[in-house]
Design a protein around this ligand. Structure first.
Ligand code: GDP
Length: 443
């Protein structure tokens, strides 16, 4: 995600050696400046950042360590919006926390709304989405499908044309239903127009949201930032969410938002899946960019997905050699909730450089996983608990059902049994190892 920027910092630091002078510093700063501009960091942000680093180093002495420390400090500073701004998701003092979602059509607003609901749901919050995008044909239907697929509550009024009415009734429902958060999806347009602004302003007046998030498409670059500024003039947005950040190979746009707009970047969308949303916390992002990983986010993510009690239960089962196909499927579902694997690797200290070398593993759509799931789906509940019950004729049936040969079924069953045995042997190291050894390409 930030690979290019990380690399440019490394290159710049390498321009400084042990004995340093003004010339070496100038060279390092020039390298840094060019690289940041190339990565699409806004020119004013780049200029300010370079000036800050230069001033720091001149006070503290020219050297690799001073340069590195200064980059770190000033990067966090640039990424941080003015005092008092919120970071990540912030809950209001009284429930429900009301969030208005704004953005242009196609920016990823509806998807991001569902991602945010999912993010909160994983953190044990009760979330309601209000379907107030009545402009785009099929927008409500799209939201319904996404919410249904991810078990998220949606409030929609069929055949209603007034989004304010929907928003108001959704708020009443959120209060009565003791929801923690109400996310209001609103209509987008292809470009800013008065009617759009008026509609969203009226919704704002009516429901008085605690937060207004502007969803900007990372691919729209500086235009996206300019549009965000225009929305801000009218609506006073409290945060930006940058969607489709996975498709933006340069990554520089994220570095400028807080400094350019004076509004914090709160989340980034890192893929098309519902799990692909990450909080944007300045010091953690700095740490990731500097190649030091982001353990805090990794731990939060895994804690939200893996239930501690369940993990203990599973560990016991593994120790007793009872890890079965039901456990396997539930592990798989949990891992899916973690989102994009590349990003996860990037959060582990020391491994950030590896992230871009890793192929994306698609746990939902990969051929191997689909075959494995089809095979397990065809088993009876008893067989899932105890694969030893599978005789040859049953194995043939499983192969037919999953579109595999019997040899492949046998190989998978053997891998599974071996992995479970191995996991038992090394159970102090946890069960994930078993999973990893099973999810490998059949040879
Ligand atoms: P809306 O019109 O603003 O509500 O946009 P949608 O939510 O319908 O999203 C438009 C398209 O962008 C859809 O195809 C989404 O799957 C896609 N999208 C949204 N967020 C992301 C993201 O973070 N990464 C990627 N790759 N695609 C995204």
């Amino acid at each position: 995600m930030f690979e290019i920027i990380s690399e440019s910092f490394k290159n710049a630091v390498n321009k400084l050696k042990t004995i340093d002078d003004e010339k070496a510093l100038k060279n390092a700063l020039d390298t840094l400046k060019k690289a940041l501009l190339k990565a699409d960091v806004h020119h004013k942000v780049t200029k300010d950042f370079i000036a800050l680093v230069e001033a720091d180093v001149k006070i503290n002495g020219i050297g690799q360590k001073q340069f590195l420390d200064s980059i770190k400090n000033n990067l966090t500073m640039i990424l941080t919006a003015p005092k008092g701004s919120n970071q990540g998701f912030v809950f209001a003092d009284t429930n429900p926390t009301i969030v208005l979602m704004a953005g242009l059509q196609g920016s990823g607003k509806s998807t991001t709304t569902v991602k945010l609901a999912n993010f909160l749901k994983l953190r044990k919050k009760k979330v309601l989405i209000a379907a107030c995008d009545l402009q785009r044909l099929a927008a409500v239907e799209q939201l319904k499908q996404l919410c249904e697929a991810n078990e998220i509550d949606l409030f929609a009024l069929d055949n209603e044309t007034n989004p304010i009415k929907v928003a108001k009734e959704a708020l009443t429902k959120a209060k009565a239903g003791l929801y923690d958060v109400l996310l209001v999806d609103t209509a987008g347009r292809l470009a800013i127009d008065e009617a759009l602004m008026e509609q969203i302003s009226n919704i704002k007046k009516e429901i008085n949201p605690h937060e207004i998030f502007y969803v900007a498409d990372a691919m729209s670059g500086q235009d996206g930032v300019k549009t965000a500024a225009k929305f801000n003039e009218v609506l006073e947005i409290s945060g930006v969410i940058l969607s489709k950040f996975d498709a933006d190979t340069k990554g520089g746009i994220a570095l400028g938002i807080a400094h350019q707009l004076g509004i914090p970047l709160r989340f980034i969308g890192t893929g098309e899946k519902v799990a692909d949303l990450e909080g944007f916390i300045p010091d953690r992002i700095t740490s990731r960019i500097m190649g030091e990983g982001d353990l805090a986010t990794l731990v939060e993510k895994t804690a939200a997905v893996f239930d501690e009690k369940e993990a203990k239960k599973l560990n016991k089962k593994i120790k007793k050699g009872e890890f079965n196909f039901n456990d396997f499927i539930s592990q798989l579902e949990s891992v899916k909730k973690l989102g994009n694997m590349k990003n996860l690797i990037g959060m582990i200290p020391g491994l950030s450089g590896m992230a871009n070398k890793i192929q994306d593993i698609d746990l939902e759509n990969s051929k191997e996983i689909r075959h494995i799931k089809a095979m397990i789906d065809s088993m009876t509940p008893k067989e899932r608990e105890n694969p030893d019950l599978l005789n040859n004729s049953r194995k043939r049936r499983l192969a037919q059902g999953a579109g595999l040969s019997q040899v492949e079924v046998n190989r998978f069953l053997k891998q599974f049994t071996n992995a479970a045995k191995l996991a038992k042997k090394f159970s102090s190291k946890g069960g994930m190892q078993g999973l990893a050894s099973i999810v490998q390409k059949p040879r």
